[in-house]
Write a protein that binds this ligand. Structure first.
Ligand code: SF4
Ligand code: SF4
Length: 372
């Protein structure tokens, strides 16, 4: 199976320049209609990891999002924009803050498209993914070109982690924090929600201890475009100068989900060898939780925990939470509900379904102490 992607240069985020560059990148692959049907509903998912301004190089730049919205509107698509940032606590308020600070809220207002919170979810495979996927015919993913301390690169496959509901992301990080295990989770999500089109924002990239504030922004001046996330990540790693295996790419390739062999990827536009890019500074091999002995890991997993709890005075005993719980671990009692914590996977579908706001979220002491 061969793959085709395109690479174009774009030196800065001037609006007209970004739009032209993305049009060029798509044109090299036959145009937007090769990926997305005209008149369809499209979820556009940027990487909005946290509340940081676009100049920090952590989040997908709003001008990239604007360009994609405009191109989709030209073929009469109905566009919805959203992401599930890595935030905790007052989930909805924090997401709104992320949208404002990253500039995505303004772009969506300017372009008159719906900006949504991923607060409704549906169990797909073993993950609670945003229910917005059900409303849409296509998914267009807009990752950032960054290094990542756990997965080495943040590219096409990793961006899809944001489709998981906010609270459950932490559960996955906790339960699968060995890089090889976490890579499998990311590929499971890719398998479940494969984007029809991915455009990677590498105009301002990130090197060093990415993907957040410990990384170093780096001007790269590139946009990468294609449908095959495995091929795109293979090319991202090559441009970065990564010599090690990228575990997500390896896992996805083993499952035949895309092309990981560089010589079988046809690159339109800028050829990698002619770009002459200095290798990226890769994340340091700092001592991480991932290198702890299994016994410590097990203790850690059991002590870092988020869990739902019943606010009995508010509970009307309507039973909605009982019906939606994927593990069937809620029982209706005379005094309210009882949760079997041995079975609970902390997906928080119950909290979402409760019409009376009678389910709260508690963190374990260790989760609070280490700032999760
Ligand atoms: S009780 Fe059920 S629905 Fe609620 S968080 Fe646990 S597993 Fe999910
Ligand atoms: S959905 Fe809410 S109000 Fe209804 S039984 Fe469950 S906790 Fe109580």
């Amino acid at each position: 199976m061969s793959a085709r992607i395109s690479i174009v240069k774009c030196s800065n985020y001037e609006s007209a320049k970004v739009q032209q560059a993305i049009r060029d990148a798509l044109g090299l692959l036959g145009g937007i209609a090769n990926f997305v049907k005209p008149n369809s509903r499209v979820l556009v998912k940027p990487n909005l990891l946290m509340s940081k301004a676009p100049e920090c190089g952590i989040t997908t730049h709003p001008e990239v999002v604007r360009a994609v919205i405009r191109i989709l509107k030209e073929i009469n698509c109905k566009v919805i924009v959203g992401d599930g940032p890595s935030v905790w606590g007052q989930y909805i308020e924090n997401v709104d803050e992320v949208y404002a600070v990253t500039g995505i809220k303004k772009v969506c207002q300017d372009e008159d498209v719906r900006l949504v919170n991923f607060d409704k979810r549906r169990m797909r495979d073993k993950f609670p993914l945003t229910a917005v996927l059900d409303e849409c015919d296509h998914l267009v993913s807009l990752p950032k070109f960054k290094t990542h301390e756990l997965t080495l690169i943040t590219g096409a496959i990793k961006n899809l982690f944001g489709l998981v509901s906010g609270t459950y992301k932490t559960e996955l990080h906790k339960n699968y924090f060995a890089p090889s295990e976490f890579a499998k989770v990311l590929v499971d999500i890719y398998q479940e929600a494969k984007p029809d089109l991915t455009i990677i924002d590498g105009i301002l990239a990130m090197e060093g201890d990415g993907p957040a504030t410990s990384g170093i922004p780096r001007e790269l001046g590139l946009l990468l475009c294609g449908a095959d996330c495995v091929a795109l990540d293979t090319v991202v790693a090559k441009i970065m100068g990564v010599k090690q295996e990228v575990l997500t790419t390896k896992e996805a390739s083993l499952r035949n989900l895309g092309q990981a062999q560089l010589d079988k990827i046809k690159i339109e536009g800028e050829g990698i060898s002619k770009l002459n890019i200095r290798p990226f500074i890769l994340p340091k091999n700092s001592v991480k939780l991932t290198s702890l002995p299994p016994v410590i890991t097990k203790i850690f997993k059991s002590l870092v925990r988020y869990y739902p709890y019943s606010l009995r005075l508010k509970c009307t005993r309507c039973g909605h939470c009982v019906k939606v719980c994927p593990k069937q671990c809620i029982r209706l009692k005379k005094s309210g509900i009882q949760i079997n914590y041995r079975q609970c996977i902390a997906c928080f579908c119950c909290q979402e379904a409760c019409p009376a706001a009678a389910i709260g979220v508690k963190k374990s002491l260790l989760a609070k102490l280490i700032g999760l």
